[in-house]
Design a protein around this ligand. Sequence first.
Ligand code: FAD
Ligand code: SF4
Length: 532
Amino acid sequence: MNMKPTTTNANLVSAWILNDQLMHPERHPTLLEAVRLADGDHDQVRVVIIESFRHFSALPYHKKRLAFIISAGRHFVEELRSKGWQVDCISAESFRQGLRKHRETHSWKQCVTMRAAENSTSALQEDLKSSFKDAAFEIISNGQFYWPQTENAKPTTKNVVMENFYRIMRRHFQLLMKDDKKSPVGDQWNFDADNRKPLPKKHVSPDYPKFEPDEMTSNVLKEVNSKYPDHVGTTNDFYLPVTRQQSELAFGNFLDHRLNEFGPYEDAMSQASGTLWHSMMSPVMNLGLIDALEMCRAAESRYRSGLAPINSVEGFIRQVIGWREYMHWQYCRTSTSLRTANKWNHSRPLPQFWWDGHTDMACLKTIISRLIDTGYNHHIERLMVLCNYAMLAGINPEAVANWFLTMYVDSHDWVVLTNVIGMGLNADGGKIATKPYIASGAYIHKMSDFCGGCKYNPKQRTGPDACPFNTLYWNFLIQNEATLRSNPRMGPNVLGLRHISEPESIVIQKEAEEYFSNLDFYDGPEYQPDDE
Ligand SMILES: Cc1cc2nc3c(=O)[nH]c(=O)nc-3n(C[C@H](O)[C@H](O)[C@H](O)COP(=O)(O)OP(=O)(O)OC[C@H]3O[C@@H](n4cnc5c(N)ncnc54)[C@H](O)[C@@H]3O)c2cc1C
Ligand code: SF4
């Protein structure tokens, strides 16, 4: 690549910050390194942020996701400028072209960038490094996660289950630990027995705070509609926090109004609310607008001052410092092999209704319609309804992962591949989750109020009124009995087959086939990352 500058500043250090690296400027690894390379002279550092059209159209991403990322990036530019940084915000066809544009105007002594959290951009950074012959290009380690500071960072070829990983994190960062520094407060690492409750009737959850778009966000919303007209979803009713200050307000609102009941109703689903007591913090956490460990410490202090119960606080900390970090650790270990993993050899395309919500299955209709509007579903809706369905229907894991990447405001490669291909679809051969998360309609009936408004009956497994989750669940068990038997954690599910007679087994398989033959399918476009 020929990138000759038109102006020269022999001492300039460029700091290339990616769109999901909007960490606090005072602690930002790229900025700290850039200032170090500039011999402490802040004025010799020029920050560059690139809005790459290719990156934003790698898939037909939800319009709210795009608007959120672009607006958060521009607010970050404002934040940096207000603190005296010189910033170039460049709109370009690709990252490479953006960097070329930047270099055409500013020569640099060195360019520093933090390793991308996602594989394709990280590979691009490596490629750029080797193509800059006449200027140094440094890639520093990714500082967005906490596990590299702990024993979990030791190289290992052995798998580590999440529970052990999580205990290491708790001990290392002394979260919810007793004075002896070794044992957990409450003498338990896990309070799941107090959680996972369905919603009691008439139990009303608090609203999630809505952040009205300011002028900058309003302009971004218009821009997204004109530049990415064919992308999914809508920009209407944009509600997300886009600055560090708003992210902190959103978190404060969670601590004050939702943390206490987060634990008990973590797994509940409701027709009336898509957020319930969930934090909705993943979008801003994934962009670096709020710090995961600080959030855990703030939740812990609510418990220590007697303001929040242990089961909720532990449940929240487990999600953030446990599951979230574990997923990133697994992504780094499994590298690029995860995207195409397909242990169960599933090949069915995605049903069309996953794109528009047009189905008479009330649970899926509610969840998908909500997703099209907001770009958000909570964890159990993603895992136990959507992925459960995809697993039972034998849908191709990569198509499912691309759909998840497309539809959610908090989606990023590292967190989608691990959760969808690993946890939700067990397509990695059980490295991330030791068993497939499958369930019949009985689970959805128990944990939600969806079934009351559905044309299907969650208690029937055959016949015209049978809940498709039941037909597909039993069909899956019948067809995969031998494989499932070899997994000790699937024992109770397989035992259920004793209650299915041979004639019923034939009817279930026939009705499952009929169900599939009545569906329309559409996988969506292929994933084309900006890595050239
Ligand atoms: C199939 C599937 C797809 C998912 N896709 C995404 C995704 O695109 N982006 C994303 O950030 N999370 C994803 N998750 C994880 C989890 O569902 C979301 O982080 C969570 O629903 C976000 O909502 P919340 O902030 O209200 O979470 P809360 O329920 O309030 O949980 C608190 C925080 O814990 C973290 N967390 C909890 N579970 C996980 C997990 N399994 N992996 C990573 N972080 C976790 C998140 O940062 C979350 O904000 C996915 C999970 C599944 C099963
Ligand atoms: S009956 Fe089945 S399809 Fe209908 S809402 Fe319940 S679980 Fe979903």
